[in-house]
Design a protein around this ligand. Structure first.
Ligand SMILES: NC(=O)c1ccc[n+]([C@@H]2O[C@H](COP(=O)([O-])OP(=O)(O)OC[C@H]3O[C@@H](n4cnc5c(N)ncnc54)[C@H](OP(=O)(O)O)[C@@H]3O)[C@@H](O)[C@H]2O)c1
Length: 305
């Protein structure tokens, strides 16, 4: 059992990470007031206030700090680059420094979107990033700022789906919501990624900490697919009408932030270090379905007012 402090517990990764760990570890989370009924210990605080981090570290005295806080909305980052930089670069650097000074293991979460998507194949940790927008640029700068302060940190480039507090945070929820409300929708055929169930992401992060790993790792699902194919997989698993999803090119979308066409990452470095293969896409999707059947989305939503 470890003492863990997490940031961003109201986010998609944060809430699922908290639920995966709260019964096995001693967990404290820092939240801005959304989680009024969480089943784990929550401290209130805005991480952009200079004292919040230090006082939370003083209180929780964690062995591990997992930073799930970010400005992770690509469009919001384009509209507010200053906030994006503060949350995605300056804050993780401050955390990395504080963890080094206190002997705490630090995990920072980055993204597959640091790449420009021009490679034909799976990106490795050795490939050069080339961010296409403010979000991606600040996430890359955040990785570098973390390692400049703390060479023992873990930085994981992720992509995940799952059930969230708002019910709208993940692409899987988007497809599921529209399919169950018989709303037609489109899915991009020319954006490829490697989705992983967020609970798997959380469990693997814990394993990485338990193995005292450090450095940069790609932590995504082992299977590549387009966002359109992902929607079709969701429809099929839930027995919903896949024909409601129409194929579409991202080039015809009105999104402001540029998106890469290929965000498929190789996870070989991670699976070799862990000594095991990462969970198959179908295993994660089955768990996502079972969670739905067992009322997991409603349980998560009940933690806020
Ligand atoms: N979702 C994905 O598939 C995906 C893909 C690639 C990388 N990532 C990365 O994974 C990490 C987690 O992403 P996510 O999707 O879970 O993000 P999210 O759902 O947007 O959650 C972000 C979290 O950060 C918190 N936060 C923001 N500003 C804060 C502040 N000033 N003080 C305290 N907390 C603050 C938010 O709190 P409030 O609720 O109060 O705003 C929220 O809990 C991020 O680093 C993201 O870049 C995510």
């Amino acid at each position: 059992m470890a003492r863990i402090l997490i940031t961003g517990p109201s986010g998609l990764l944060g809430i699922n990470f908290a639920l995966e760990t709260m019964n096995k570890h001693e967990l404290v989370a820092i939240d801005r007031g959304k989680l009024t009924r969480a089943p784990f210990r929550v401290l209130n605080g805005d991480l952009l206030n200079a004292e919040t981090l230090d006082s939370a570290l003083d209180f929780a005295r964690p062995q591990w700090l997992i930073n799930c806080a970010a400005l992770a909305d690509l469009e919001a980052c384009e509209n507010n680059p200053g906030m994006s930089r503060r949350l995605n670069v300056d804050l993780p650097a401050q955390m990395a420094q504080a963890c080094k000074a206190r002997g705490i293991s630090f995990v920072h979460i980055s993204t597959d979107a640091v790449f420009d998507g021009e490679k034909n194949g799976f990106y490795t940790e050795e490939d050069s990033p080339n961010p296409l927008g403010v979000y991606a640029q600040t996430k890359l700068d955040g990785e570098q700022a973390v390692f400049a302060e703390n060479e023992n940190a873990i930085v994981a480039r992720v992509n995940f789906y799952g059930w969230s507090l708002s019910g709208r945070r993940s692409l899987a929820e988007f497809f599921h919501h529209n399919l169950t409300h018989q709303k037609s929708m489109s899915g991009f055929t020319d954006v490829k990624f490697c989705p992983m169930l967020v609970n798997d992401t959380a469990r693997i992060l814990i394993k990485m900490l338990q193995k005292n790993m450090s450095g940069l790792y790609h932590l995504v699902g082992p299977q590549a697919m387009s966002k359109y194919q992902f929607g079709i997989e969701i429809a099929r698993r839930f027995g919903l009408k896949a024909s409601e999803i129409s194929p579409k090119s991202i080039n015809t979308s009105s999104l402001i932030a540029r998106r890469a066409h290929n965000l498929c990452l190789s996870t070989q470095k991670l699976s070799t270090a862990l000594g095991e293969s990462l969970p198959e896409f179908s295993t994660g999707l089955n768990e996502f379905y079972t969670q739905f059947e067992q009322g997991y989305p409603q349980k998560i939503r009940s933690y806020q007012q």
